[in-house]
Write a protein that binds this ligand. Sequence first.
Ligand code: ADP
Ligand code: MG
Length: 1019
Amino acid sequence: MSGTRRARTLVAGIQSSLGAALALADRLEEQAAVLERGGPPAAAAVAAQGGPGRPAASNGPRDVDASLAQARMIARSGARGFAGASWAAPDWRHGPFGAEPAAAGGVRARFRPGLWQVGQVVIPPDDPGAPYSTVPLAVPLLDGRNLRIETVRARRAAAVDLVRGLLTRILAAVPAGRVRLVVYDPHELGAGLAGFAPLRAAGVASTTITTRARLEERLAELSAEVGRITVERLGGRFDSLREREDAGHGRPEPWLLLVLLGDPRLYEEGARSLSAVAAQGPACGVHVISIVQLAPLQTDPAGADDLDDVTPPDPDADDLRLDEEADSVADPLPNSVVFTAVELLADRPDWRGAQPGLWRTSLTGLLPVQLDPPPPPDLVTAVTRQVADAAAREASRPPGIAELLPGTLWESDSAAGVTVPVAQGPDGPVRLTFDDDTVHALVGGQAGAGKSTLLLDIVYGIAARYAPDQVRFHLLDFKEGLEFAQFAPGPADPFFLPHADTVGIESDREFGVAVLRAVREQMRRRAVAMRAVGARDLRGLRAADRSSAWPRVIVVVDEFQVMLTPMDEIAREGVAHLEVLARQGRAYGVHLLLASQTLSGIDALDSTAGKRGSIFGQFALRVALRTSISESRVLLSTANEAAGALAGVGEAIVNRRNGHPAGNELVRVAFPDPAVISRLRDRLATTAARSLPSVPQPRVFVGHAPAILDDNPVYRALDGRPAPAAIESAAAPIGDEPPAAIHADVSAAALSGAALSAAALSGAAQPAAAQPGGDPLALVGVPVDLAPAAVGARLAASPGRHLAVLGPLRREAVGMVQAAAASIAAQLPAGGLVAEIVAAEPTALGAAEILAERMRRAGHPVRVADVTGLRGVLAAAADETRARENAALAGTGGPAPPLRLVVVFAMDAGRAALEVRDPQSRRTGLDDLRTVTRRGPAMRVHLVGWWRGVSRMVEDLGPVNRDDIAVWAAAGVPGSDLFAMAGHRPVAGGTMPNRAVLFDRHTQSEPRTVVPFAPMVRG
Ligand SMILES: Nc1ncnc2c1ncn2[C@@H]1O[C@H](COP(=O)(O)OP(=O)(O)O)[C@@H](O)[C@H]1O
Ligand SMILES: [Mg+2]
């Protein structure tokens, strides 16, 4: 071979192997061209070791030397460190292996694979007898190509040595855990790469595959994996993960090497999978290394292939001959660097007489290659041990959520289901799916095991993948944890999750049940819509009616057992809703995601036989974090104790088979790094602002937040006329509403301690719904429900229409009395109200005065008195009542007189004064009070009075007249004290601070829990 030809061949080889160094190779080519023409090389063409600009030698052989020098340099610079160091180099004694590249200048370096040295290209001398020269040969693998080694039986060991050396270099160089191995080894049953065994325990290598059937399965999985990466990561915008990484998107997937230590002789499906993986895998970081044993053409026609020793004679065995035409076997591996033992080339003129033991490679043309010696066994052991340890350490660090988030927001479609990766498992990211098979999911684990964190991963992961018209959330949190607060707008951060319909933080049980009730109602509306178009499920509905998006609805309830404990009316209703949602959710695209630290102690599920089964039987998907063995049995299945053995935070068993032990997958739940989440929130906010400027805010309920009258939309909408009846009757449709109905601006009040109803607001704004001349509504608080935004007592001109505030909780009582009186004042035109306020107890005087000031500002005359004025105020109100009655009887009434309102703080403190009999009129204060309560309303004389105990009020009214006040709101009164007052109904709520229970004998069938309006502040 002439010098120029050798140079040309070498250059061709280098070019094909060095994508990154192509510029350099171009220059080499230029030089070769010049050589061919016999002219001197361009001055700048050769960089050699001397750097650019150094004049190159001008005669042929010396130019070849320069080319060789340059080729050596390329190999060296392409295969740095462990990728190229000779086994004797000191690097191999020091390690560390599998380490992240050292930071340079404070910047964390990223590992980027280059070339891997495997041997030497042998370059024959020009003069026979002169020594051979060599150039290191380094091959592209990770992010490059596949590798196929064609060998004869006698050289198989050398082929395996080549693989062993390569794997040692790769394991040592790549940060631990970033490369995974899958080995197929049918002959030696794992012995071929025995030195790498410790990698299995660390999850770096999977169990060696020894059968074709298992390999076929694995290939199908790999092919699907490559498909997923292609769609999810490359997404038509990048040709490879490397390109994507270069564009600044990080490296989300580990490299994966499929090592085939024998030809599995795949057919059809299996062969197609392998071919697909080989073709598209390298772009996705998946590479195949394959050793195939062939029979040399002609020299061994019977076939020395020892595959025949273990597999029956194969009709296609002839395919395993080297094919002259294709220059390879009949089913070559696409996208590969091919090494061929020269023994297989005995019939090729170019290779006849080649020295046995050398290799032809697809990189080096006609130049043979001599492989490097294999790594010493103790070196392999050292590398493997260290990498296994490092990988195990790495695996015990929580995976981050960054790698699980999509590059582009909102690209997925929820028609068939919703899928979200939330954890890492032995085979990479682990996805949870809400679809027709796994409709609902249950998350369990003891306190601190990571349940709420997993819920955050799920919610953010779904919100990143699916647009708000694809998935809607109801997010309910029943524990002190404030995790879900981040989905609602707050004073510090206006961000809200555009996918959220409702957010309940420290939710009341009633609020949770109200949300379930509303979702059930939504399901009913979907049923109607489905009937209308003849659809049988959500997918059918979406296909038939494209006018609406019909999103999937996911109800997330953290610590849901709180909602169902104790066993009372609320729990009973909650269980009933859960059961219906669990059973029918599939058809309507409604999914439950329930989390709890205990599933064993929920009375509401056990007291009714079969409820537990009929609800949780529908939960195919279970995620069990660390918990007790007994909880594991309840959460997964009676025979499944796996969750009891979990050790760390975030370690979990994912099970998609209703908890059956065979379905256990051990995973590590991703940790939602605050920095990553913060960036995601920014992206969500910007994208929502751009594409969905009118997306409604979620309805927010914050358990501990007070209700502020001045922020309340119902109160703010009062304009001197009685509040329309629509406010009380407003149901709260959620989801699937025409966009026009959800435009009301509820932002200002979103965190005011109240569920807000946009529907109630739009109702309030409709003049048609208002009743001119109707009765004012004395607002006391915000119901623990989705709607309306405020509730109270209608002060109609009929018996019983007074409001009693009951109970010892001063804050709550004062706030309700003030709100009731102030809201009445805001519904009557100037002159339409005359009010007298009595603070029967000195400490209430301030509250009385603040209230009076507010009512006067609305244009009404208001007088304030202390306990000494109580007698007089009641006497005057009683007189007024009688006078109006007389005028009505006489028909001299004229136009309607103003509404007369008596407001008394701490009525019971005035008891002594009320008992005194007036010497002239012979009446006591109690007589006057009873005149007002019994006969006042018909004459538009109404009372808003606060008694600090129920029995005090009953005594004041007289036991038989208890019902003369038809509406009461109690704060801090035990349910047993209210039983009779509530028409012999059990009363559950209203005993906690910041809660009250409201009952209107005329309009309500059940007492209703409310958040009382907070006391007014001056100014
Ligand atoms: N996957 C995880 N990786 C790392 N830390 C976690 C993970 N999950 C939870 N943690 C941490 O553990 C603590 C408890 O988690 P949390 O989700 O509140 O548990 P739970 O809701 O089960 O009580 C938190 O401080 C959280 O940061
Ligand atoms: Mg929690």
